[in-house]
Design a protein around this ligand. Sequence first.
Ligand code: AMP
Ligand code: ZN
Length: 438
Amino acid sequence: MYSCGPTVYNYAHIGNLRTYIFMDLIRRALKFEGYRLIGVMNITDVGHLLADSDDGEDKMVKASREQKKTPLEIAEYYSKIFFEDIEKLNISKPEIIAKATDHIGEMISLVKDLQDAGIAYETSDGIYFDISKFPRYGCLSGKNREEQVAGARVEVNTEKHNPDDFAVWKKADPSHIMQWESPWGMGYPGWHIECSAMSRKYLGDYFDIHSGGVDHIPIHHENEIAQNEAITGKQSVRFWMHGEFMQVDGGKMSKSLGNIYTVSDLEKRAYEALDFRFFCLGAHYRKKLNFTFEGMDAAKTARQRLNQSLLQHKLSSTSTNKDTLDIYRKKFKHALEDDINAPKALGILFDLIKEEKSIDIYKLSLEFDSFLGLSLDKLKEEKKEEELIPVEIKDLAESRLEAKKQRNFALADELRGKINILGYSIADTKEGYTITKI
Ligand code: AMP
Ligand code: ZN
């Protein structure tokens, strides 16, 4: 299985993370069903331009310029946070993680094969894939050639043979900060060639599943198919699986609306990453999911209820008869086999825990959790109020303690005021302080 991974130029937002939870659910469902799985996920650290087609600046180069760091520093920083986030969300890490900049040789070799086969051609600014050499172009999104030509943008690159021909390799001018030697001079790869070169390297010309977000269907994945199949003439991927988008308050996430949230934003609002995972489990991957804080509150409460009930099952010494357990097991398996129906699977778990308290129910829930990934094996007693205090409040309280030590009482009072405004009160004790929700 190959999954399109993150472009590591910024924090992953909850929409991106929904797509990786979806990837994880495919992985877990396959393993639940007893399949052996080799999963590959790429890390894009070069080549992804601002638009998915050939327009604009490279996202990594732009971030590097704006944040005054080298592309390598940008990639390392955001990759680290990405892997921390997916760990918190219990997303199982694919067996092979492939960084684009470690595979430039493979990309050049694929571009060369395409050029040698007469499928790609050179222009003054790069090497382009000639889509007229691949008559099935558009097969994934069901667009035919006429529609593509009619819908094509006004073309600026007059050297292209067809308006939708796309760059597999770009020539770089000397000032470009990411460039490699190639048979066509210094340059850098196109984003689409990356996924073709890496899937080919690790999984061969033919593999079972390719996943990604729905936005990849019309360009990125059409281009991958063209690159993979134009030379071999054979279908490269058996099943394409696409996760629908997450919206916020019924609309698109965007910087200008200030509604792009990260895992750390959710944590600051006293949600756990697994509350978000639970929230995502409530919708089928083919359906749009609308993120709201009311929805998150409901997910958080339902998860607490689930955990509390399971703790009681865990402590019970009663058993449940095997036939009853088997009925639930069968229903759960059917839900997974019904196009990975996570909401249905979750509903079956909620029905199960309503049965009379029994240790067998707890054990069966752990079996189900190998798919759901809610860390049901790590349940602890309800957290004390103290542990539920948001980090932001704890930080303010620490700064206030420090201000008091420095005898800066004006600042200490100001910080107390801020803590109050955010809905908490602070009381001094011999050891330091205690915080409570107002
Ligand atoms: P990127 O890092 O921009 O390449 O995107 C990473 C993944 O997130 C891709 O598979 C996208 O399809 C997916 N994605 C981007 N925005 C959303 C969204 N709002 N909801 C769900 N998935 C998304
Ligand atoms: Zn990809």
